[in-house]
Design a protein around this ligand. Structure first.
Ligand code: RNT
Ligand code: ZN
Length: 415
C-alpha cells in the first residue's frame, strides 16, 4: 500500500474524503504577483525608483528579470514547479511600451496584449493593478488624495484606464479579472488635517469607479494599509477608511496580511468583512516585525487564514493573491516556496476533521475541540500533498530545477 492510500484511509476514519479535498485544492487558483520577479521594477523606463512609494525591496540577488520576455520565462519556470492552476497578477507598471513614451493615464489594452496573449497560451486567468507609485506625479506622497486637482485627475484617469484594461483582460481570457487599488498616500510626520485627504480620496474613488464595467469581466478591490516607509504617522487609505468605502459601495476589500499591527490576525477579520462586502481579495504575505513582504511560509497565520476560508465556506467569495518581494534570494524559488506554502496551508485546512471538531464545539466539549485541533496537526497531510504533486506532474526535485535554471539562465544575465 502506498503512503497516499494509507493517508486516505486514515483521513476517511476521521470523516474526511481526501479525493474531495484534492479536487477542491486543484479548483482554487492562487494569483502569482509579477512583481516578485524584478523587485517591483516594471518595464516603463530603464530605471524605476521606488523611493517615496512606501515600498522597499531589499537585496541584490543576481539574475532579476530585465525585460517582459525574461519575466515571463521566469514565471513559466516557477509555474512548472507549482501544482494546480494559477493566475497572474500584473501591475500597470509592467506595461510594454515598445520604446515609446506614454502617460499612465492613457494606457490601453495594447500595452498589455503581450501579457494577455501569454496568459491565454498558458491557460492562466489574470488580475490587474493600477500603479500609483514610482512616478513623478506620485513624488509628493499623495495621489488620489492630493490637494492638487491636476494630480488627482491624472490618477483618476489612470484608475479608469486600468478598470477598462481589467475588463478587457477578463473578457479575452473568459475569467473575471480583479483590479486592485492601492495608493501610497500618507505622511511621515503628524498631519494637522487627517480629514480632508480622506474626503478627497472618497470623491476620487467615486469618480474613478463611476464608469459602468461588466462585473463578469472586472471586479474592483481596495486595499488598506497601516503605515509605510515615509507614511509612518498617517495613511489616508487606512483599514477603517476602506472598510467603510467597500461596505458603502459594495466593492471587494483587499486584506494584506502585512498591513495590520503585528499581533493582529488577518484570519479573524474574514468573517466580519464578508458579512458586509460581496467578495474578498487576499494579499497573502508575511510581515516580519513590519510590512516586510517576506516569502509566505506554512506558518500559523497563513494556516489560520485558510482555515477561516474553509470553515466559513468562503472560498467561493475569496480571491487569493500573494504579495511579497524578496530580492535577497533566488526570485523563482521565492515564488515557488511562497505559492506552495499557501497551497499547503489550504490543504491542511481542507483536511481538518471539521465535522468532528464542530460536533465537539456544539456539545460544549471544549477540551475535545482543542484536542481534535491538535491531533489534526499530525495526521498524514504530507502524503496527500505528495499525491497532489504527482497528479500535477510537478518534478519531485524542484530545487534541482531551480539550481540548473540559475546556472543556465539567471547567472548569464547582467545587472
Ligand atoms: C503595498 C501593497 C500593495 C503592493 C503592490 C505592489 O503595501 O501591499 O499591494 O505591494 O501593489
Ligand atoms: Zn498588498
Amino acid at each position: 500500500m502506498n503512503a497516499y492510500t494509507l493517508a486516505k484511509e486514515t483521513y476517511a476514519s476521521h470523516g474526511v474524503d481526501t479525493e474531495e479535498v484534492l479536487r477542491r485544492l486543484a479548483a482554487t487558483p492562487i494569483s502569482l504577483h509579477c512583481w516578485q520577479g524584478d523587485d517591483v521594477g516594471g518595464f516603463e523606463s530603464a530605471s524605476t525608483d521606488l523611493a517615496g512609494s512606501g515600498l522597499a525591496a531589499t537585496g541584490n540577488y543576481p539574475g532579476k528579470a530585465r525585460t517582459p520576455e525574461e519575466l515571463r520565462m521566469d514565471l513559466e519556470k516557477a509555474l512548472s514547479l507549482i501544482p494546480g492552476k494559477q493566475r497572474l497578477n500584473l501591475h500597470a507598471c509592467y506595461a510594454e511600451l515598445g520604446g515609446k513614451k506614454k502617460e499612465r493615464s492613457d494606457y490601453g489594452v495594447v500595452e498589455f496584449q503581450g501579457w494577455i496573449d501569454w496568459a491565454k497560451a498558458h491557460g492562466l486567468g489574470m488580475d490587474f493593478n493600477p500603479s500609483f507609485f514610482a512616478h513623478p506625479k506620485a513624488a509628493s506622497g499623495f495621489t488620489l488624495s492630493s490637494p492638487d486637482k491636476g494630480i488627482r485627475d491624472y490618477w483618476i484617469a489612470h484608475g479608469k484606464a486600468c478598470r477598462r484594461i481589467g475588463a478587457e483582460i477578463g473578457r479575452q481570457l473568459g475569467s473575471t479579472c480583479v483590479t486592485n487599488v492601492w495608493i501610497p498616500d500618507g505622511s511621515k510626520d503628524l498631519p494637522a488635517d487627517r480629514k480632508s485627504p480622506r474626503l478627497r480620496l472618497e470623491a476620487a474613488l467615486d469618480e474613478m469607479f463611476s464608469d459602468h464595467i461588466d462585473p463578469s469581466h472586472n471586479l474592483d478591490a481596495v486595499e488598506s494599509k497601516l503605515f509605510g516607509i515615509g507614511s509612518e504617522s498617517y495613511v489616508v487609505g487606512s483599514h477603517e477608511f476602506y472598510m467603510g468605502y467597500a461596505v458603502k459601495n459594495q466593492k471587494l476589500l483587499c486584506l494584506d496580511a502585512g498591513h495590520f499591527h503585528p499581533t493582529e490576525q488577518l484570519a479573524d477579520k474574514i468573517s466580519s468583512v464578508l458579512q458586509f462586502v460581496p467578495e474578498l481579495l487576499l494579499h497573502v504575505s508575511r510581515g516580519v516585525r513590519w510590512d516586510s513582504d517576506h516569502v509566505v511560509l506554512l506558518d500559523d497565520p497563513t494556516i489560520a487564514i485558510m482555515e477561516e476560508l474553509v470553515r466559513g465556506d468562503f472560498l467561493g467569495r475569496t480571491h487569493i493573491g500573494l504579495d511579497f518581494f524578496d530580492a535577497s534570494i533566488n526570485r523563482i524559488a521565492a515564488w515557488v516556496i511562497g505559492t506552495r506554502s499557501a497551497q499547503k496551508a489550504l490543504l491542511l485546512a481542507l483536511l481538518q476533521p471539521i465535522e468532528k471538531i464542530r460536533r465537539a464545539e456544539g456539545l460544549g466539549a471544549l477540551w475535545e475541540r482543542l484536542a481534535l485541533m491538535e491531533e489534526a496537526k499530525t495526521l498524514p497531510a504530507g502524503a496527500v500533498w505528495e499525491e497532489f504533486l504527482l497528479r500535477n506532474d510537478v518534478p519531485s526535485d524542484w530545487m534541482q530545477e531551480v539550481r540548473s535554471y540559475e546556472r543556465n539562465v539567471l547567472s548569464k544575465r547582467g545587472s
